[in-house]
Design a protein around this ligand. Structure first.
Ligand code: SF4
Ligand code: SF4
Length: 391
């Protein structure tokens, strides 16, 4: 209240952002006081890895916009980036392929996201750490002891519940994934599910799911922030951690725990092939003339109309490209149970599953010549009903 009083007669939006900035500055100062000292100076780190000040400022602008913050927040995003490698992280692996770690921690050439991920303060990461067995167990115990309520727990992979969780045991004491997840998440400041397996179960939970895999939130009955994707975009993980450093809490999330700034819009609505969809210009089969002309991939299986993610805006590999730009349809990997609900992956979803998808597109194709707007309205209605069913 005091902050708001001191702001006088500003426009409500400006007043809101000024108050938010004050809160952010206070939180960043607190983090600066309480986080462990950096292992490496941030500016030296950027310099050594060939990132100029100009590139860093460009990245700051991009990240501020991606987080849906006005430009006045750019210096604070930069300040939060400087604290990134001071935040202790415990990274757990359950039922998964380690593809999320691979996608996040490897890069052919680094941008700022990659450098932040490369230098993240990993106190425990089963795939990357040199320690094994009792030594690794000791690293985990030390991290939980040294940073109680301060570390971020990142979870990769689903949790098997069948046979009391015994399909997955870890470490020298043979703890089940469920036991380990309960122990670590209860002591963390923030629990982030990285990838669609930990968020929703997904591939390890695919039908018939003999191991009884589920997502972490469901297995433990806790709220997690879900950076969905198979694998997820590094920007969405980095942005969520920056948000935590800046504001001390989770970003606004949708009904599936996904940050709205990253997953609030459909792939289809920001796809560069969308004008072809609207003009009923579809690739009918791989290698046809439509494919060569870059037409819409719906009829060869694109699930962009049912998928909420920012791939088309943020892209991958330093924003060079993304799947649809590279010529393949979206597989809907940020949606729950995509492996089952989005199949067949190279054809439109059968009308029994979604209530008329394939037929709708054909109908739209024919009808669009004279009734573009009506066709889009039918399709939009279809998409929202698919989403309600997913939940
Ligand atoms: S169906 Fe796929 S390729 Fe076509 S416009 Fe939508 S997202 Fe793009
Ligand atoms: S385009 Fe679709 S399948 Fe590809 S990463 Fe994005 S959401 Fe996943």
């Amino acid at each position: 209240m005091d902050i708001l009083k001191s702001l006088g007669n500003q426009h409500p939006a400006e007043k809101h952002y000024r108050a938010l900035m004050k809160h952010c500055k206070v939180h960043l100062e607190e983090m600066d006081r309480t986080l462990p000292a950096p292992a490496e100076d941030f500016s030296t780190m950027l310099k050594e890895r060939g990132i100029s000040r100009r590139s860093f400022l460009k990245w700051t602008s991009m990240m501020t916009a991606a987080l849906m913050l006005p430009p006045m927040f750019k210096p604070l995003v930069a300040q939060a980036a400087e604290q990134f490698n001071r935040l202790p992280v415990v990274w757990l692996h359950f039922a998964e392929c380690t593809g999320c770690s691979e996608a996040l921690l490897r890069s052919s050439y680094p941008n700022v996201d990659d450098i932040l991920l490369d230098t993240i303060s990993l106190e425990y990461h089963e795939t990357l750490m040199a320690a094994a067995g009792y030594q690794a167990e000791a690293c985990l115990e030390k991290a939980l002891h040294d940073f109680p309520g301060q570390f971020v727990c990142v979870i990769e992979g689903a949790i098997p519940l069948a046979m009391d969780g015994k399909y997955l045991t870890l470490g020298p004491k043979g703890k089940t994934g469920l036991e380990l997840a309960k122990e670590v998440t209860s002591k963390a400041a923030l629990n982030i599910c990285i990838g669609s397996c930990s968020a929703f179960g997904n591939v390890p939970a695919a039908d018939p799911n003999p191991t009884g895999c589920v997502g972490v939130g469901k297995a433990l009955g806790i709220s997690t922030v879900n950076i969905a994707g198979c694998p997820p975009n590094p920007t969405n993980f980095v942005g969520t951690v920056l948000h935590y450093l800046m504001f001390g809490g989770l970003p606004a999330v949708d009904g599936l725990g996904r940050p709205i700034w990253a997953y609030g819009k459909r792939i289809h609505d920001y796809c560069e092939r969308r004008p072809h969809y609207d003009a009923a210009e579809f690739v009918e089969e791989w290698g046809d003339a439509g494919q060569k002309k870059g037409w819409c991939l719906y009829k060869v299986g694109c699930k962009g109309p049912y998928t909420f993610a920012n791939c088309s805006r943020v892209r991958f590999n330093d924003a060079i490209s993304w799947p649809i730009m590279a010529g393949h349809g979206c597989m809907g990997c940020t949606e729950p149970a995509f492996w089952d609900t989005m199949k067949p992956l190279e054809k439109p979803i059968h009308e029994d599953t979604i209530g008329g998808g394939e037929k709708t597109v054909d109908t739209i194709g024919a009808a669009l010549v004279g009734a573009t707007v009506a066709g889009i309205a039918i399709h939009a209605g279809l998409t929202s009903s698919v989403h309600r069913d997913d939940k």
